[in-house]
Each structure stands twice: as structure tokens, then as C-alpha cells.
Design a protein around this ligand. Structure first.
Ligand code: C2G
Length: 154
């Protein structure tokens, strides 16, 4: 049986259901799914500051049942060598990258998939930042009020 290999690349910071949906769909496209997780250094080059360091991001992705193998993504160019090295049949990625990797079409199928709506690491970071920017005393006061309400309900 010929093994159909799919590969994708990404940061996967603050792993969420958008990432999960993508990996599940990719796993349905072949027999083996390889995920190249962006290293912290490579992310700096992408202008992306990750909250979660590479070793944790790669451990999480490796633990996803749809994923067969995780490798580090250290450069833009490695896609060309990876496709040959791992005998890749399909390169796939979210459509936010539509057209950017068509140069791989000579080597393998190139697929851009719709992103999952209403979730992104950027939004998660924004809401986290908003919560953390609430003045400390306001949070204390809110918890005190909640405690009073809880006692009333007892
Ligand atoms: N994704 C998605 N839906 C979302 C968020 C992300 O389908 N709501 C997909 C992205 O399209 C991408 C993958 O999940 O295919 C990983 O997303 P990121 O971690 O943001 O990856 P990115 O930083 O775009 O890195 O060489 C390619 C780059 O490394 C891709």
C-alpha cells in the first residue's frame, strides 16, 4: 500500500480548536501527517512573539492523535527539502497563506484550507491582555462583591 504523506507548517501557539480542526482535516487527507512547528527563532523572523516556547508547543502538537510526526520549522526554504526528505504527497496550510507556497506545486499537491472562524491566537492574546489590564483593586472589589453574593445565596 503506498503511504500518502501530508505535511503542514505552523506556530501553534496557545493551541486551540482552529489548529485542531486543521490537523484533523489534514489527517483525513492521507495516511501520515507531519507537522513542522515553528521554532522560537524562526517565529522572531516571522515577526511573531510566541507566549508558549517551542518545546511545549511541539510536545502539544505531538500529542494530538491526528499527528504522526513533529519536526522543527527553522526556515522558509526547508519546505523544498522536507517535501523530498519525507516523500510528501500533499503540502497543506490555512488559506491565510493562499498562493504563497504554489512554488511547491512541481513537487507535491498544494492545498489551502479554510480557517476556523472566530478563533485565533491573536484574539486570545488580546482578551488575555484586556483581562490582565483591569486594575488590581477593581478585581479585588469584584471578587469581594461576588463573595457577598455567594454568602447571600447560601
Ligand atoms: N488556523 C486555522 N484556523 C484558525 C487559526 C489557525 O485553520 N482559526 C491554521 C492556520 O491557517 C495555519 C495553522 O492553523 O495553517 C497554524 O496557524 P499558525 O500557528 O498561526 O501558523 P502560522 O504562524 O501562520 O505559520 O511556514 C508557514 C508558517 O510557519 C505558518
Amino acid at each position: 500500500m503506498v503511504m500518502k504523506t501530508v505535511i503542514t507548517y505552523g506556530t501553534f501557539d496557545m493551541f486551540h480548536v482552529g489548529h485542531l480542526n486543521l490537523l484533523r482535516r489534514l489527517s483525513e487527507m492521507g495516511d501520515r501527517l507531519i507537522v513542522a512547528v515553528s521554532t522560537d527563532e524562526f517565529n522572531k523572523g516571522k515577526g511573531k512573539k510566541t507566549l508558549i516556547p517551542y518545546d511545549q508547543r511541539s510536545q502539544i502538537v505531538e500529542s494530538i492523535k491526528y499527528v504522526d510526526m513533529v519536526v522543527p520549522e527553522e526556515s522558509w526554504e526547508q519546505k523544498l527539502t522536507d517535501v523530498k526528505k519525507y516523500n510528501v504527497d500533499v503540502f497543506a496550510i490555512g488559506e491565510d497563506w493562499k498562493g504563497k507556497f504554489d512554488f511547491l506545486e512541481d513537487l507535491c499537491e498544494v492545498v489551502y484550507l479554510p480557517r476556523t472562524k472566530n478563533i485565533s491566537t491573536t484574539d486570545l492574546k488580546k482578551s488575555l491582555k484586556r483581562f490582565l489590564s483591569i486594575p488590581h483593586e477593581d478585581l479585588i472589589q469584584a471578587f469581594e462583591v461576588l463573595e457577598l453574593l455567594r454568602r447571600d445565596l447560601e
